[in-house]
Design a protein around this ligand. Sequence first.
Ligand code: ADP
Length: 485
Amino acid sequence: MTVDTEQIYYKLFINGKWQETEIDSYIDVINPATNKSIGKVTQGKAKEAALAADAAVEAFKTWSKTPARERANLLWKLYDKVFENKEELAKVITKESGKPIKQARMEVLNGAEYIRWNAEEARRIYGTIMEAADPKKRLQLKKEAVGPVAAITPWNFPFSMVTRKLSPALAAGCTVVLKPAEDTPISAIKFFELAEQVGFPKGVMNLVIGEPEPIGDTWLSDKRIRKITFTGSTAIGKMLYQKAAEQVKRVSMELGGHAPIIVFDDCNLDQAVQQIARSKFNNSGQTCISPNRIYVHESIIDQFTKKFELFVKRLKVGNGLKDETDIGPVINRAGLDKVESHVKDALDKGATFDVGGKKYEKDSCENGFFYSPTVLKNVNESMKIANEETFGPVAPIFSFSSDEEVIYKANNTDYGLAAYIFTTNLSRSHVVSEALNYGMVGVNDTVLAQVEGAFGGVKESGVGSEGGPETLADFLDTKFISTII
Ligand code: ADP
C-alpha cells in the first residue's frame, strides 16, 4: 500500500469536541479503487467509548425532555446542510467505499430523506387513552425515548446507514454513540461536522472510530446504554444480540441476506432484465438486499440470460469518481478473495460463464480491488454461491419449473431479508409474495430502500425495521400510567 504525501487527519467527536486519543495510533482509510490511503483517523479504544457513553448519558437528561418540535427543527436543519453539501458527501463516499459517484449521489439523497422523514415523524409521537373498567380510574399509554443508544454501522452504505440509525433515535429523544465501519469512517465524520454546524447540543451525538470489539463491548456492558442498533453480518449481529441480552437492552438488527429473485414466464422480460441487473450490480453487488439467486422459469431462461448478458456486457467498470462508471471495486482484498473463491467453487462444480469471470488487472483498472461483472450459468444448490452471500458483482442464474418448487427453494435459507418476483399475473403476485418468508418483497420492483417503506428482515436477517410509519417505534418505550382520581 502506498500513502499519499498529503494526509488528512481526522478525529473523534465526543461531548461536542473533536478529540484525539492519547496513544499515537490511527486507521488508514484506503480508497479501494487505487489501494491508496485517503486519510488517517485517530483510533479510539474502550476509554474513548466510555467517554462517549458518559456524554450521551448526561445529554439524554435534557435531550429527551427537549420538545419534539425543537428536535425536529434541528433535524430539518441537518437535512438542509446535507443537501447543501451533497456533492462533497458523494465524493467522500466514492473515495472511501469505491462505489460509482452516481450511486453515491443517490445514497446521499436517500440518506437525507431518512433525516427528513424522521424529523416529520418526531412531531407525531402519540400516546393513547383507554377507558378503564373502573370509572374512578384514568388509564394512559405514554411513549418515552428508550435512553442513550449505541449504533454500529457497516461500510457498504457509509452515509445512509448512519442517517437511517441516528435520525430516528434523535427524533425519538435518544442520544447516540456511533461506531461506523473502520473501512469507511470519513462519511460519518463529514456527517458529524454538519451536525456540529447545525448546533446539536453537546453529547447528543458522539462518534468513536476504532477497534470494533473494545468499543462495542464497552457500550454493550454499560447498563446506561439502553439500546443497540446494528447493521452488518449475521455472525457479528448474533454476537452483539447475545451481549445485549445480559442487560435486556432493546435491539434493532439489520443483518445478512440471500435474496432470491423469481422470474416467472409471464413477466415483462425487458423490465425484469433491467431491474435485476441494476439491483444485482448496485455497489458492485455489495448490498444486503442484492439478488443472490436469480430463479428463471425454464421456458424463458435462454431468452432471459441472453438479454441479461447483453445488459451486463455494457456496464462500465472503473474508478467510481468517473461519471460514466457503473461498477467500482469491491471494498478490499478480503472482499475480492471471497468473490473469487465463490466463482471458483461454482466453476469447479460445473457452472459456466460467457460474461465476466475475472479480476481486473492492474494496468486496465488502476491498482484497486476490481472484479468484472459476471453472469454464471448452470449453477445448482450445491455451490457456495447458492447459500452464502457473495457480496460481489456475480449473478448466478438458476432454472425452475413450478411455483411450488421455486417457493420452496426461495425459502430454504436461514435468511429472510428481501425477495423479489417478476410477474404480470395479479393473483400469482399475491400468492407468491405471501408465501415468501421475507421481511420485504419487491413485485416487479427491486428498489426497497424507500423511506416511506419499512426496511428490515425476519429470521436470521434481523429484528426491527427502518423508515415507514413505525420508524420511531424501535426507539420508544411504552409506559402505562394508571391513576385513581
Ligand atoms: P461486514 O461483513 O459487512 O464487514 P461486519 O458485521 O463485520 O460486517 O461489520 C459491521 C460493523 O460491525 C462494522 O462497523 C464493524 O466494525 C462492526 N463490528 C465487527 N465486529 C464487531 C465486534 N466484535 N463488536 C462490535 N462491533 C463489531
